[in-house]
Design a binder for this molecule. Structure first.
Ligand SMILES: NC(=O)c1ccc[n+]([C@@H]2O[C@H](COP(=O)([O-])OP(=O)(O)OC[C@H]3O[C@@H](n4cnc5c(N)ncnc54)[C@H](O)[C@@H]3O)[C@@H](O)[C@H]2O)c1
Ligand SMILES: [Zn+2]
Length: 362
């Protein structure tokens, strides 16, 4: 059983361990990450728990750890304070101390909430992330952003709380639905575009694109490259005030499409559309050459994602101005004009409108 380790350097340093079959070693890995913990709360949800909870639970118990569990109803609608309160209650009743810890077993919803409960219980206890979706493995589980949604908007309440370890078992991806796997690829492709030309070459040259989900060796390689990229970005900008913003490539317009759909369209699908719209706009306004344009669009489509949407430039800009990420009247737009290189360009709403209209007249 091979494993790869990526060391993340943030306010707290930790390892991301990636490989096949790691769940069966969860006990010793968790023990390594939080050696003083005698009690662990495993947080999971109704889709993931039946598949993987027993393995993780029995593995932790083998290490002499007292295990508690909280399984919530799967889905973004559970990402609220009630679920957090339920986690706090289990830990309080069981007499958790500051050296005890939480394990998040699930996708990004589970990781964000388990991380937030850990960040706040007794003013902060350890959390080990065990992400099971592609999106959570390449993005959500690394970097320490945790939180919940409010009726007023997604991820409105939260905290930065770095995990003590991230355990990524790529075998878990086998049970992911086709749609959830594909949307995760939207984020994978994003890394290739913003900072990783080598990843682009690997994705582009891979022969069996439709069979990727059944190729664990290749998946491990790709996930590892993405985590390396994310770790690299976080190292210099843990709190998202500078370079970390390049991770928002495709997200500025993508978020608007996602929200306008009432969140019926998957996040990664909207990111792919958002990237496609930026790629068209950069070509139409002379920022990008047509060869690069075609290569980028082809890659998005080759992995089963759409690179366009019928949102108008006006609706996109109106939506962006409603987004929490705007700073005053300036939008930090992420542009990629050469594969593997992103820049953060501050623009006024009118400038963004011009850029996007350029795209539409193409
Ligand atoms: N903290 C961050 O930096 C960060 C970054 C990106 C996204 N997020 C958050 O992550 C969430 C989205 O993540 P997600 O797409 O993983 O959502 P999710 O946790 O809802 O998982 C997606 C779906 O896949 C299922 N699933 C997960 N793993 C599975 C497996 N191995 N087998 C079968 N089914 C499985 C889940 O039950 C769910 O239905 C959002 O709430 C978003 O805000 C956080
Ligand atoms: Zn995203």
């Amino acid at each position: 059983m091979s494993e790869l380790r990526i060391h993340v350097k943030a306010s707290k340093e930790y390892d991301v361990v990636i490989g096949q079959g790691l769940l069966s070693r969860a006990g010793s890995l968790v023990k390594e990450a939080v050696p003083k913990a005698t009690k662990i709360l495993i947080v999971s949800e109704t889709n993931v728990a039946p598949l993987y909870l027993d393995t993780v639970k029995s593995n932790l118990a083998k290490e002499g750890i007292e295990v508690f569990e909280l399984v919530f109803e799967a889905g973004e609608q559970s990402k609220n304070i009630n679920t957090i309160t339920a986690m706090w209650a289990v830990m309080a009743k069981a007499g958790f101390t500051r050296t005890d810890a939480v394990v998040a077993l699930g996708g990004g919803v589970t990781g964000d909430m388990a991380g937030f409960a850990a960040a706040t219980f007794l003013r902060g206890i350890g959390v080990v992330q065990i992400p099971t979706s592609l999106l959570a493995q390449v993005d959500a589980s690394v970097g320490g952003k945790t939180g919940i949604d409010l009726p007023e908007g997604k991820n409105q309440v939260g905290a930065f709380h770095q995990p003590s370890m991230v355990i990524e078992d790529t075998d878990c991806l086998k049970t992911l639905s086709f749609d959830k796997f594909t949307e995760g690829l939207g984020e994978v492709i994003k890394y290739a575009f913003i900072m990783d030309r080598e990843l682009y070459d690997i994705l582009e040259g891979y022969e069996n694109k439709e069979g990727l989900r059944n190729d664990p060796g290749m998946l491990t390689k790709i996930v590892t490259m993405c985590v390396n990229d994310k770790a690299d970005v976080i190292k210099g900008d843990e709190f998202d005030t500078g370079r970390r913003q390049i991770l928002n490539y495709g997200h500025t317009v993508g978020h608007v499409i996602e929200r306008d759909s009432g969140f019926t369209k998957d996040h990664g699908v909207c990111v792919a559309k958002g990237m496609g719209i930026m790629i068209d706009a950069c070509l139409a306004t002379g920022r990008m050459d047509s060869d690069t344009h075609d290569k980028m669009m082809d890659l998005i489509r080759a992995y089963g994602l759409l690179a366009e949407d019928d949102i108008t430039p006006e609706a996109a800009v109106a939506g962006i101005m409603n987004d929490k990420k705007k700073r005053g009247n300036t939008i930090s737009l992420i542009l990629v004009n050469r594969i593997g290189e992103a820049e953060i360009v501050p623009m006024s709403p009118d400038e963004v409108l011009d850029l996007l209209r350029g795209g539409k007249t193409n």
